[in-house]
Design a protein around this ligand. Structure first.
Ligand code: HDL
Ligand code: ZN
Length: 414
């Protein structure tokens, strides 16, 4: 039945977006088998590094004094600074309140002890079910780092897989910190040297294949600095060219490029200390053009890179753009970037991922993004309607399901 008017269109888009079961293609969440690597609950939510950065620009507390506080003491300082002494309308603050509200808690009470009491009555398994249900997500992709000692142990010992948690093989230590990580590979029995001999490159390919067999990742990923250049005469480029790309093709596991971080611009903030820089899009262009048999997912951190990234995606069918990453995950930028992407790429894009680091965050990150993406879609479809082109409810659902997961899974299966 074609959609006849704006009110009906809006209702149908909002329903389709609300009902779409999402594949969240990049998070820092872990299945319960990984123990306390999975962060959840009120105090973790308030201690999210986004809120730490916002607190430490207002509070005069010396950084080391802040870090010497207990997690709960940090929560209380962050809560007072950002929620009570100032109105919490920043995206990260509002997100905390959206989570509490969506869980049915009385946000207006501002009663931190009541919020903590709620979580004390939850179990991790029960809360995973709850968070997935409230956020209406089908599965999340983890960020799995074989160089992390705590995580590595779980993978080597084996564990019961929770199918809602997909693996992603994260390669930052290998690609960005080779001068240190080569020693790890050597200790693990891979015959490598820092100079990247032919033998070393072969052994790095073996390392990657071993971990792909162990993890069954949906992709390999790396967060690259805004200074990333490709081609280049450095270890990062050499390992990408000689190891990651051939292994990616061999196992049909896409390579996800996340480009634009400036690591630790303020080390005193620890995890909150990273900044961003505008990156060189020609690296993405070169990789997609020169490796047509490789599949690349890509997200970039700078607003200024978004248009050229979308234009690149128009040129290369082996490039799938995803997400409004990190400092772009704010309503005004999500709307701007999504509109531009829909105008340039139509449905062939993954508009969002949550990047959730605390399980509860999938609730707010998706609630906020669904609202914006639905709003943009209504405008796109109503612009179509003005030409006489009527979209049916089935077509709306088809598009929405592709945007929220179908495009990702189809890209993997190519
Ligand atoms: O490198 C990444 O995957 C980033 O998302 C960082 O983890 C960053 O600290 C973050 O959590 N952003 O949301
Ligand atoms: Zn991330």
């Amino acid at each position: 039945m074609p959609v006849q008017d704006l009110t009906q269109l809006k209702t149908q888009v909002e329903r389709a977006v609300a009902e779409a079961k999402i594949t969240d293609i990049h998070t820092h969440l872990y299945s319960p088998a990984f123990g306390d690597l999975l962060l959840w609950g009120f105090d973790e939510l308030v201690n999210y590094h986004y809120l730490v950065a916002e607190t430490l620009r207002i509070s005069d507390i010396p950084y080391e004094e802040f870090w010497a506080l207990s997690r709960e003491q940090r929560t209380d300082l962050i809560w007072k600074t950002l929620f009570l002494d100032n109105s919490p309308y920043s995206e990260a603050c509002r997100g905390v309140l959206t989570v509490l509200n969506e869980l049915g808690l009385d946000v207006g009470s501002r009663d931190v002890s009541a919020f903590r009491e709620y979580y004390r009555n939850q179990t991790v398994h029960g809360f995973i079910d709850k968070a997935f249900e409230v956020a209406n997500i089908d599965s999340v992709v983890m960020t799995n780092d074989p160089f992390d000692a705590q995580e590595r142990k779980v993978w080597l010992e084996g564990f019961e897989v929770d199918p809602r948690f997909k693996a992603a093989l994260r390669l930052d230590p290998l690609l960005v910190f080779w001068d240190k990580s080569y020693a790890d590979l050597k200790a693990w029995g891979y015959d490598v040297d820092v100079a990247l001999s032919a033998r070393s490159l072969k052994e790095i390919r073996r390392f990657l294949s071993d971990w792909i067999k162990r993890m069954d990742p949906v992709y390999m990923a790396v967060s690259l600095p805004s200074s990333f250049r490709y081609p280049a005469d450095n270890a990062c480029a050499k390992i990408i060219e000689e190891c990651v790309l051939p292994v990616s093709r061999e196992h049909n596991v896409p390579f996800a490029l996340m480009i634009g971080v400036k690591r630790q611009v303020n080390p005193g903030l620890r995890l909150a200390g990273d900044g961003l820089g505008k990156s060189d899009i020609s690296a993405v262009e070169y990789l997609c053009a020169n490796y047509p048999d490789n599949k690349f997912l890509c997200t970039m951190l700078s607003r200024e890179n978004q248009h050229e990234l979308a234009v690149n995606a128009r040129k290369f069918r082996n490039l799938l753009v995803f997400g409004c990453w990190w400092f772009l995950n704010n309503p005004s930028l999500i709307e701007e970037i999504t509109r531009m992407r829909f105008e340039l790429l139509g449905v062939s894009v993954i508009p969002q991922h949550s990047d959730a680091r605390v399980l509860d965050q999938v609730i707010y990150k998706w609630a906020h993004s669904r609202e914006i993406i639905a709003k943009v879609l209504v405008d796109e479809y109503s612009d179509l309607a003005r030409t006489g082109w009527q979209v049916s409810e089935d077509e709306i659902r088809r598009d929405v399901n592709n945007l929220f997961g179908g495009n990702f899974w189809s890209f993997l299966e190519k």
